[in-house]
Design a protein around this ligand. Sequence first.
Ligand SMILES: Nc1ncnc2c1ncn2[C@@H]1O[C@H](COP(=O)(O)OP(=O)(O)OP(=O)(O)O)[C@@H](O)[C@H]1O
Length: 324
Amino acid sequence: MSTPSTDAIVETAGLTREFRVRDGLRRRTVTAVDDLSVRIAPGEAVGYIGANGAGKSTTIKMLCGILVPSRGSATTCGLRPVPDRRRLAREIGVVFGQRSQLWWDLPVRESFRILAAIHALSSTEERQRTDELVERLELAGFLATPVRQLSLGQRMRAEVAAALLHSPRLVILDEPTIGLDVLSKQRLREFLIEERRTHGTTLLLTTHDMGDVERLCDRVLVIDHGRLLYDGGLPGLSRTVGAERVLVVDLAEPTDDLTGIPESRHLQSEGGGLRQRLAFDAEATTAARVLAAVSGRVDVLDLTVEEPEIEDVVRRIYAARRRA
Ligand SMILES: Nc1ncnc2c1ncn2[C@@H]1O[C@H](COP(=O)(O)OP(=O)(O)OP(=O)(O)O)[C@@H](O)[C@H]1O
């Protein structure tokens, strides 16, 4: 077995996890993670994407020491996740979008105090880090509010602060922006970019939101049925799957189909032409340029840009492989 290099933040070799599941009267084996070998260096920001049930959460649980691998090995921050789990807890911060690690009935500030005590921060460290996070995540307005009374966007910011209070080297985020409105998503993404820039933090995030991947990550791992399907940069992924995105415009008046807009393709019109969808190649142009061309012809009231679905990305990687 190869010895893991000491400076990797995450290193796995042939990492595999199987589950025995009941299938009617029989039992069968599901391979949730299948022979995964990856290495993540300090300071990288890696998006871990795949369809539902692809094996993302199982991988993360093994990296955190919550689940024991069936075969293969993993090291996280140079530690063995299961036997070194306590030491590992000081090195990593984990945010599960769907689950809370805050105390539901306590004010946010109290949760931070308890976590600072768990991580044995000195009072100076606790004060400095709490102040930094309160300012950068804009938490001041609800520090005294019990967690159960927070909006989803407020709670997620508090969750992120809680997970990062001890300044972990590795932050693992499982669907951090799920259910958030556009503004909350943007704030959270800006914070993570800044945290990485100022502290050299390594980010590993699972998401169904291609916007998270595009804005936060410089490397993408795509997993399907437990197997690694793609490992590389986002431009490479876009070239493989096509970088088509969709601009949706709501217009002031019913309008004929918006054909002939440069670098774009009319996809669909609704409501007699009040809402129109235009596909464009994100490698060749930008949503702003397509919008400018549309606005030159008609009055635009509102717009959205649709990101590609992860399921679609995975399907297109398969199709590209078959063609190759
Ligand atoms: N405790 C378990 N017992 C049995 N099967 C499991 C268990 N945990 C996961 N699995 C199975 O392993 C596979 C991978 O699941 P996993 O939760 O890792 O996927 P995921 O990529 O995180 O999916 P999602 O995006 O839906 O969270 C699925 O087929 C799932 O049903």
